[in-house]
Every structure is written in structure tokens, then in C-alpha cells.
Design a protein around this ligand. Structure first.
Ligand code: GLY
Length: 349
């Protein structure tokens, strides 16, 4: 068991503990003033853990209203966002009550955004059930939905009241969903280096409670420094800027984690090409990703990705900020003029 305390605009604990799903009611009961809980989840997660979490909450004296949504990214949309808000209103949640987001990044982002907006903000608790949500999206208060124009285009910064993470749920993930999370974990290893690199050295001996705790601690440090994403929080985009371009080109046939893995290798190749890091770093990162079942070679040529990058939301004026590794554990935010993009990407793919 481990606790990581995040001191952002609100202070909260991320508790990582095997079996914590059965203790959520008593933990939340000590923390929250109200006794009404809206449990927002999706069908697959609901079948596995919905009753256990609801039972834990009712045992602790909560009245629980449960909303079960369809699984998948399509759920992170405006109509479902409206459905969650209407659900909270129908059950008359007040500002002392709370939302419990039980699921992966889609449910966490959607329920978190609804909590940010309903009554101008009520408390919510993140209960991540994927590795990606455990190490990234459940921590740090970024909430969002997708619009027709793109992913995460509407959202708010709204920190959770607590994050309860049960590493035992990782056992129920498909290999693909698990690998997607590994891409985020390896992102942290490239950003911070040790002790995460050693914890990841042998996949057979990986201790996921320790690994999740280390990733959350790294994210905590970054979020405490730059909660509202105006500076160093951009480091968390390592592999993501190019990764999003790859996802988009594949019409999302390539999963987020696979695309981030490819994007991380490309970032290291760009860094090698620009002379920011030693030759061979990209190959080392590639080996680590491969160990965790991730693909590393983009099927798309550089000029196609450069075109796609030009429409990336992270572009600031005529400059795009790439996150490039100088060494394992040392990455920089590197501004690139958009007219240089094609030349940089053309020769490295
Ligand atoms: N997922 C990136 C961030 O929280 O900033």
C-alpha cells in the first residue's frame, strides 16, 4: 500500500492498495461531508466491479445512484456529458455530495468534467480501472470530452477529492489495454529515469503497486509545479504529439498506447538527429517498449505526420513544442518553427 499526496489547488491523496475497491466506502465516508454518491461507470467495468463498489459505499452509509454508460471513446461526447449532468440533477445531488468515477480514462474524464460543471463544481473521486488511468488520467485534474472537431476540446481543470487505485484490477485488462498503459509508464521512465527504469527491467518481476506509485509521484511533482499546463506539464506530452498524429492517420485503428510508443521512439530519433542526445538512445527506448509488447515503428512517412502535426492543438502560433529526451531521465521542451517540421521528420522515418 502507498499514498501519494498531491498539493495542487486542492490537496488530495492517491491511495494505491491491492483490494482497496472493497474499502472505498469507509475511506470516502471519512473524507466527504455528504452521504449521496453518483457512481458513474461503463458496462464492462460495471459487470466486474460495479456491485463491489456500490456495496462498499452503501455499507458506509451512502445512498448510491448508479449510471452505467456504453464503453469506448464514443462515450466521451457532448450528449453523454448532458446525460451525466441530467442524472445528477434528477437525483438531486447537492454541493456536499460526490461523483465516483469507476473506469478508465473515458469515464474519469467525462464524470470529472460533469463534476466540474454541475452546480459550478462538486467533489469527485477517481477509481481508475486501467493502467493508463491509474498512472495518468486519474491524477492531476484534467477533465474533458471530445467534440466533432477533435479529442479533449472541451474540459476543465478540476482536481479530484481522492484517487483510489486497486492494482488487482490490472489482472482483468486485455493484453492490448494493458500494453497501452505500459506506454505511459515507459514515458515516465524516459522522463525521470531511476528508480522506474530498474523497476521495469524485468517484466516478469514487475511490482505494479510500486510502479504505479512511482509514476503517480512523478506526475504529482509536475502537476504541483504547473497545475494549469502553462509550462513544464508539457513534458507529459512526451510521445503524444507525434502519437496523436499517428492515431489520426490510422483513423484510430492504431491504439493510443501503440501510437505513443511510436511517438516516443520518433522523439528520441529527432533528438539524436538534432544532436541533443547520444546515438543509440532511441534504440534503448525501443528495446524497453518492445519488452512490454509495444510496437515501435510508425507505418507513416514523416511528411504525412508533419502535416498532421500542423493542426495539433499544442501548437502555439508558428511554433510546435516537441518533448525530446537528452538522456533517460532528462527531457526538454524543444520549440520547433512549423516550417522546419517537414525537414526534421522527413529524414528520421
Ligand atoms: N495527461 C497529461 C496531463 O495530465 O497533463
Amino acid at each position: 500500500m502507498a499514498t501519494v499526496t498531491v498539493k495542487a489547488s486542492t490537496e488530495y491523496n492517491v491511495i494505491i492498495e491491492e483490494g482497496i475497491l472493497g474499502r472505498i466506502g469507509s475511506l470516502a465516508g471519512e473524507l466527504l461531508p455528504g452521504k449521496v454518491a453518483a457512481l458513474i461507470t461503463e458496462e464492462r467495468v460495471n459487470a466486474l466491479y460495479g456491485d463491489r463498489v456500490e456495496h462498499s459505499l452503501t455499507e458506509a452509509g451512502f445512498t448510491v445512484f448508479r449510471l452505467v454508460l456504453p464503453p469506448g471513446e464514443e462515450t466521451k461526447c457532448l450528449p453523454r456529458f448532458g446525460e451525466v449532468l441530467e442524472f445528477l440533477a434528477k437525483h438531486k445531488l447537492t454541493r456536499t455530495d460526490a461523483v465516483f468515477a469507476l473506469g478508465g480514462g473515458v469515464i474519469g474524464d467525462l464524470a470529472g468534467f460533469a463534476s466540474a460543471v454541475y452546480l459550478r463544481g462538486i467533489r469527485y473521486v477517481q477509481i481508475p480501472t486501467t493502467l493508463l488511468a491509474a498512472v495518468d488520467s486519474s491524477v492531476g485534474g484534467k477533465t474533458a470530452i471530445d467534440l466533432e472537431g477533435g479529442k479533449n476540446l472541451a474540459g476543465a481543470f478540476h482536481q479530484p477529492a481522492a484517487v483510489y487505485c486497486d492494482p488487482l484490477v490490472l489482472k482483468s485488462l486485455s493484453p492490448r489495454v494493458f500494453s497501452d498503459g505500459c506506454a505511459e509508464v515507459i514515458k515516465y521512465a524516459v522522463l525521470k529515469g531511476e528508480p522506474l527504469l530498474s523497476l521495469l527491467a524485468d517484466p516478469q518481476k514487475a511490482d505494479w503497486t510500486e510502479i504505479i506509485t512511482e509514476c503517480v509521484s512523478i506526475k504529482r511533482d509536475i502537476v504541483e509545479e504547473d497545475e494549469f499546463d502553462t509550462g513544464m506539464r508539457m513534458l507529459l506530452n512526451l510521445g503524444h504529439t507525434v502519437g496523436h498524429a499517428i492515431e489520426k492517420q490510422s483513423r484510430f485503428a492504431i491504439s493510443h498506447g501503440s501510437a505513443v510508443a511510436m511517438g516516443t521512439v520518433i522523439a528520441a530519433r529527432v533528438s539524436e538527429k538534432l544532436g541533443l542526445c547520444r546515438k543509440g538512445l532511441a534504440e534503448e527506448i525501443k528495446e524497453l517498449l518492445t519488452k512490454y509488447g509495444l510496437p515501435t515503428d510508425s507505418p507513416y512517412p514523416g511528411e504525412l505526420l508533419a502535416d498532421s502535426l500542423l493542426s495539433d492543438k499544442k501548437r502555439a502560433g508558428d511554433t510546435l513544442h516537441l518533448i525530446l529526451p537528452k538522456e533517460l531521465g532528462d527531457c526538454v521542451i524543444y520549440p520547433v518553427a512549423i516550417e522546419e517540421l517537414s525537414a526534421i521528420f522527413d529524414t528520421i522515418l
